[in-house]
Design a binder for this molecule. Structure first.
Ligand code: PSU
Ligand code: MN
Length: 304
């Protein structure tokens, strides 16, 4: 075990100390959500977008038994290129640190580590949620429970259509997680701009999100995250007919191959990328780019 379990990169620590904008980014989507080797390029480019928008990017991961807030270029390369990098949710952090291994952090573990370091904003693709067969499998992402107790703004494109989106929104309500649509009342379904579900609150600009984050903090009633749902423009979504066909196939294949536990999400994502001939990958990368940019704008608005 390293003597310090968490290390914050110098420029990230400096920005936080000065109250300057910082955006946390997750590494599980790089290691387990996007295909190698292009995943590294996406990770690097997304950091660049955050910088261009005036914030310091801090990609989170675990390296040789140390949680790192702000991976450097070599560390990012290591996480992106090694197939043996583990997918670490919140409960996996301590064993991974004790065993001195490498790991990529999910929404849950990234949010927990980022908030601990004092980071107010986090960008991802889509958060985890309630799986479609949860009534029998009890498969609900730890992302939900963690967001319930972790005070930061999470920018995402909703939850993937591989999940039960209605049930996920119900659980977010039960858990007291604030959900707002960015310039929309339609809750996005990741690859799809509109999941068919709606949200109660909408914001029109980064300052609107900053105002909600400030109210949440000042209320101080132990609230968790503010989820900002930022949909893809309709002309950039995966074509709905193709989407539905590929989804049905993927769910069937997962059942046949008895894929379970934390392998389910990476399996279905990979299936989508293959079966849509890359269309879902293009949408996925567009989502990550857009969310990183918006998260940086929100971080700038919060820092003002
Ligand atoms: N959404 C994506 N790509 C991803 C994931 C979600 O668009 O790679 C990852 C995130 O890291 C998320 C995790 O936290 O999947 C959820 O996995 P599970 O359902 O096993 O909790
Ligand atoms: Mn699960």
């Amino acid at each position: 075990m390293q003597d310090v379990p968490v290390r914050v990169r110098g420029d990230v620590a400096d920005a936080l100390a000065r109250g300057e904008p910082v955006v946390a980014l997750e590494s599980a989507l790089i290691a387990h959500g996007l295909p190698r080797p292009d995943n590294l390029q996406v990770a690097v480019e997304v950091e660049q977008l955050v910088r261009e928008a005036g914030a310091v990017p801090a990609t989170v991961g675990v390296l040789r038994g140390q949680a790192v807030i702000g991976l450097d270029a070599a560390e990012l390369g290591r996480i992106a290129s090694r197939p043996e990098v583990a997918k670490l949710s919140t409960r996996d952090l301590a064993p991974a640190i004790a065993a001195e291994c490498d790991g990529a952090t999910t929404v849950a573990s990234t949010a927990a580590l980022a908030a601990r370091a004092g980071i107010a904003v986090f960008a991802t693709g889509g958060i985890g949620g309630v799986h479609r067969e949860a009534a029998t499998t009890w498969d609900e992402s730890a992302d939900l429970a963690t967001l319930a107790r972790t005070p930061l703004v999470v920018v995402c494109a909703g939850v993937k259509s591989i999940l039960d989106i209605g049930a996920t929104l119900e659980r977010l309500e039960t858990l007291g997680v604030t959900v707002v649509g960015y310039r929309t009342r339609a809750f996005p379904g990741f690859y799809r701009s509109d999941s068919g579900e709606t949200v109660d609150w909408t914001v029109e600009d980064p300052a609107g999100v900053a105002a909600i984050a400030a109210a949440q903090r000042d209320l101080s009633i132990g609230s968790g995250a503010v989820v900002v749902a930022n949909p893809l423009p309709p002309d950039e979504q995966v074509e709905p007919m193709l989407h539905d066909r590929v989804l049905t196939q993927g769910l069937h294949a997962a059942r046949e191959q008895r894929i379970s536990g934390k392998a389910v999400t990476p399996f279905l994502l990979e299936h989508f990328h293959r079966a849509t001939g890359g269309a879902s990958l293009t949408a996925n990368v567009a989502i990550i780019r857009r969310n990183a940019r918006l998260a940086a704008e929100i971080a700038v608005a919060i820092a003002r």
